[in-house]
Design a protein around this ligand. Structure first.
Ligand SMILES: Nc1ncnc2c1ncn2[C@@H]1O[C@H](COP(=O)(O)OP(=O)(O)OP(=O)(O)O)[C@@H](O)[C@H]1O
Length: 688
C-alpha cells in the first residue's frame, strides 16, 4: 500500500522495534504522523553566543560551534554523563548529554554542531553549561530555519521524529482535502496538504499562521459536525414523547411555592416544558449560576413527566450530591404524593433490590442516584425523562447508554451550576439547546469577598463572632487535597478543636468525607435546624447545600482551590436576604493563585469567573471530556480561537441542514474523516 494507511514501521529507518515506540504516542499509520503536530518550535536562525550563557540561566539557548574535546563520566552506576567542549566565537563552553554514551561516536572532535538546551550551573566545574535537548551536526545540506519540537516518549529522539515526519510528508499527495470546495473558499485560504507541511516545518510566519488557522478550523469543524448530526437527528428523525405541559400536579406545585418565580425561571421552565410537549425528544442544557434556583426548574420538569404517566430519573456524579438532591427534592415531591426512590452506594443489596422492584413495577415514579441508575440491572416500567446534573463529568457514551433504558426516545435535560464559558459550552454541548437562568432571586446582595493574609485570621474570627451573635450561621472550610488527605484531615480536626475553644458559647460541627453517610446527614440536619451555628468542613459541602441563614464563609488555604470550586463554595452563602461575607484566607505565593483570589474578590459573576479560569488554566477538564468521545482539540485554543469556533459551528450546522446525514457523494470524504476523528462514536447516526 502506498497511501496514508501505510504502517509507520515500513518507513525508512523505522522498523518494528521503533514502530512500537511510535505506537506509544498513538501513532501507527503514516496518516497519524501527518497529524502529529509539533508542540513548539525553535528558530535556528537566531543563534546565541557562549559569552551570554549566564544571562540565559535556567532558560533555553541555542549555540553553534566546533567540538574540541569529548569525555564520558560515570558519577554513579548506570548513569553516564557525556560532556563535549565546544568552541564558538566567544570561547569554549560545555554541553552535556545524559545516558547517551553511544553519541560519543557521532560527536567527534572537529565536528561542527548546533546544540540547544537549558543553561544550568555546574557546581563542580563552577561554570554555566548547556543540558542539551537537541543537537544537529552541521553538514553541507544543513539549512538554518525553524525547527519543530515534538512530544516524545522514551527511546524516541527529536531527531528521529523529525526524520520520520519528513518521510511521512512524502505521502502528502495522498492527503485529499475533505472540505467541499465551496466551504474551502469560504472559510479558509490554506490548502490542506500545504498547511500540514507548513505546520511541521514552517517556512514563513504568515504561511504558518494561515496553516495553523486552517487546522484549528478543521478541529472545530469536525467537533461541530458531530454535534450538528446528533442535533439534526434528534430534531428531524426521531419521534419523541408528547408530555402534558400543564396539569393538576404542576398547578398544585406552583401554588405551593412561598415565592414568585423570577422572570428567568419562568422563561426557562417554559422552554423546557415546550420541548417536553413537542413530539421530538428534548436535548436541552440548563445553565444557572449557584443559587439561581435551578431546583424549581428540575422539579417542574419531573412533575411534567410524572403527570404524563412516565417515570423520570435524576442522575448526579457523586453520592454526596445525590443525597443533597434527595434532601432538597424528595420532601417537596412527597408532599405532592409523588414517590421518589434513591439508588445510593450506602444502600444494602436488599434495599437496592426493593428499589429495582419498585422501578420495574412503576410504583416508584422518580429515582435519584449516581451512575448506578444506568446500570444494566435497572429496568424501568416506563422511563420517559432524565435529568443529568453537573453533566460535564458524564460523557456522550453515558448519554447514549441512558437512551437504551426506554423503548421510547426519552427527553433529556442537562443541568449545570458550573458556569461554562460559551466557547466551551459550544464544544462540549454542541448538540444541545441551551437555556440560561441569568437572574438571581430577588433580595440577594452579592457576597462581599475579601482576601485575608493568614496573620489577620484572628480579626476575621472576631467579625464572625459578631454575626453569630445576631443569630446567623457560618461555614469554615478546610481544603482536602487527595494526595495529602491524612495530613489535611488532621489539620482540619486540630483547627476544629481550637475553634471550639475560641467559640465556647456556640455549637460547632465537623464534617468530612471520612464520616459515614448517616453521620454526615445528621450533622447537616443539625446545621439546617440551627442546632449548630458553625459548620467546619472539608469540601464535601461544595455543591448543593442550601441553608439561607448561613451568612459568613471562611475558606482556609484558599489558594489551593480552583476558581470553579471557590465559586461553588462561596455560593453556599448569600442565599437569603441578609448580607453575606466570604473571607479567603490565603498566602499568595504564585501568580496564578493571586489572579484567582483577585478574580474572586472582584466579581461574583460565575460566567466571568469561568472565563478567567479558562484563561488561567486552559481547558484542563476538557481532556476528560475528550476521552469520553469527542474528537481531540490539539491545536485549538478555546479562548483565543473562540471566533473561529463560532464560524466552524455555523458552517457545520449549515452543511448538515442541507445534507442531514452526510450521505451525498460529494461529502463522502468528509464523512470518512469525521468517522476517523470521532473514533466510531458518530457511527450510530452515519451508518443507520
Ligand atoms: N424565585 C425565587 N424567589 C426567592 N427564592 C428563591 C426563588 N427560587 C429559588 N429560591 C431559593 O433560592 C435558593 C437557591 O435555589 P436552588 O437551591 O434551587 O438553587 P440552585 O440553582 O440549585 O443552586 P445550587 O447550584 O447552588 O444548588 C433556595 O433557598 C430556594 O428556595
Amino acid at each position: 500500500m502506498t497511501d496514508l494507511h501505510t504502517d509507520i514501521q515500513y518507513l525508512k529507518g523505522v522498523g518494528p522495534a521503533l514502530a512500537k515506540k511510535f505506537q506509544k504516542l498513538g501513532l501507527t499509520k503514516v496518516g497519524d504522523l501527518l497529524y502529529y503536530f509539533p508542540r513548539s518550535y525553535v528558530d535556528r536562525s537566531k543563534i546565541q553566543r557562549s559569552g551570554e550563557l549566564a544571562a540565559y540561566a535556567g532558560q533555553p539557548i541555542l549555540l553553534r560551534g566546533r567540538i574540541t574535546r569529548v569525555n564520558i563520566n560515570q558519577p554513579r552506576p548506570r548513569f553516564y554523563v557525556l560532556q563535549a567542549e565546544i568552541q564558538d566565537g566567544d570561547g569554549i563552553f560545555c554541553a552535556v548529554w545524559f545516558n547517551q554514551k553511544f553519541l560519543a561516536k557521532t560527536l567527534a572532535e572537529g565536528t561542527e554542531i548546533l546544540v540547544s538546551g537549558k543553561v544550568v550551573y555546574n557546581n563542580y566545574s563552577r561554570r554555566w553549561q548547556v543540558e542539551t535537548d537537541d543537537y544537529e551536526i552541521i553538514t553541507p545540506a544543513y539549512r538554518a530555519g525553524i525547527t519543530p519540537f515534538y512530544a516524545l516518549t522514551e527511546g524516541l529522539t527529536q531527531k528521529k521524529l523529525r526524520q520520520t515526519v519528513r518521510l511521512a510528508l512524502e505521502y502528502l499527495p495522498f492527503l485529499a482535502d475533505p472540505l467541499p470546495p465551496a466551504l474551502k473558499t469560504k472559510y479558509t485560504q490554506a490548502d490542506l496538504p500545504a498547511a500540514v507541511r507548513e505546520l511541521h516545518f514552517p517556512v514563513k510566519r504568515d504561511a504558518w499562521r494561515q496553516a495553523h488557522k486552517r487546522l484549528v478550523f478543521d478541529e472545530f469543524f469536525y467537533v461541530e459536525l458531530g454535534a450538528a448530526l446528533r442535533y439534526a437527528r434528534s430534531k428531524t428523525e426521531l419521534n419523541g414523547i408528547r408530555f402534558q405541559a400543564s396539569g393538576a400536579l404542576l398547578e398544585t406545585y406552583y401554588r405551593s411555592l412561598p415565592y414568585q418565580f423570577t422572570a428567568a425561571q419562568k422563561r426557562v421552565i417554559a422552554e423546557v416544558l415546550d420541548d417536553m410537549a413537542a413530539p421530538k425528544p428534548m436535548n436541552r442544557l440548563v445553565q444557572g449560576d449557584v443559587g439561581s434556583g435551578k431546583t424549581d426548574v428540575a422539579i417542574a420538569a419531573l412533575l411534567c413527566a410524572v403527570q404524563s404517566g412516565y417515570q423520570a430519573a435524576l442522575m448526579v456524579p457523586t453520592e454526596v450530591l445525590a443525597e443533597q438532591h434527595l434532601a432538597k427534592i424528595a420532601a417537596r415531591l412527597a408532599a405532592l404524593g409523588v414517590k421518589v426512590g434513591a439508588l445510593l452506594g450506602k444502600h444494602t443489596s436488599s434495599e437496592k433490590k426493593e428499589i429495582y422492584r419498585q422501578l420495574a413495577s412503576g410504583e416508584c415514579q422518580i429515582v435519584i442516584g449516581t451512575q448506578a441508575v444506568i446500570q444494566e440491572k435497572v429496568v424501568f416500567q416506563k422511563l420517559g425523562f432524565v435529568i443529568i446534573d453537573e453533566q460535564h463529568r458524564f460523557g456522550v457514551v453515558q448519554r447514549q447508554l441512558l437512551k437504551t433504558k426506554s423503548a421510547e426516545n426519552i427527553d433529556l435535560l442537562v443541568m449545570t451550576a458550573t458556569p461554562i464559558p460559551r466557547s466551551l459550552a459550544l464544544t462540549i454541548y454542541g448538540d444541545l439547546d441551551r437555556s440560561v437562568i441569568d437572574e438571581m432571586p430577588p433580595g440577594r446582595t452579592p457576597v462581599k469577598t475579601y482576601h485575608v493574609p493568614p496573620r489577620d485570621r484572628r480579626r476575621v474570627l472576631e467579625f464572625l463572632r459578631q454575626h453569630l451573635r445576631q443569630g446567623e450561621q457560618a461555614y469554615i472550610i478546610y481544603p482536602l487535597v487527595e494526595e495529602s488527605e491524612k495530613i489535611d484531615l488532621q489539620a482540619a480536626a486540630e483547627s476544629y478543636a481550637q475553634l471550639v475553644k475560641i467559640f465556647p458559647e456556640y455549637r460547632l460541627g465537623l464534617l468530612h468525607g471520612r464520616l459515614k453517610s448517616a453521620e454526615k446527614e445528621e450533622i447537616m440536619r443539625r446545621f439546617r435546624a440551627q442546632e449548630l451555628q458553625v459548620l467546619v468542613s472539608t469540601t464535601v459541602i461544595e455543591v448543593g447545600v442550601d441553608v439561607p441563614n448561613a451568612t459568613v464563609m471562611i475558606i482556609e488555604n484558599a489558594e489551593r482551590f480552583g476558581l470553579a470550586q471557590l465559586h461553588q463554595l462561596r455560593g453556599r452563602v448569600g442565599r437569603g436576604r441578609q448580607e453575606a461575607f466570604c473571607f479567603l484566607v490565603a498566602a499568595l505565593k504564585s501568580a496564578d493563585s493571586r489572579k484567582r483570589i483577585n478574580a474572586m474578590v472582584e466579581t461574583t459573576d460565575g460566567f466571568k469567573l469561568a472565563e478567567i479560569d479558562l484563561q488561567i488554566r486552559g481547558p484542563g477538564d476538557f481532556t476528560g471530556v475528550a476521552q469520553s468521545g469527542f474528537p481531540d482539540l490539539l491545536l485549538a485554543d478555546l479562548v483565543k480561537d473562540e471566533a473561529l469556533l463560532q464560524t466552524a459551528r455555523a458552517a457545520a450546522f449549515a452543511l448538515i441542514e442541507q445534507d442531514a446525514r452526510l450521505s451525498r457523494p460529494e461529502h463522502a470524504l468528509l464523512r470518512a474523516e469525521l468517522r476517523r476523528r470521532s473514533r466510531g462514536l458518530i457511527d450510530y447516526i452515519l451508518l443507520n
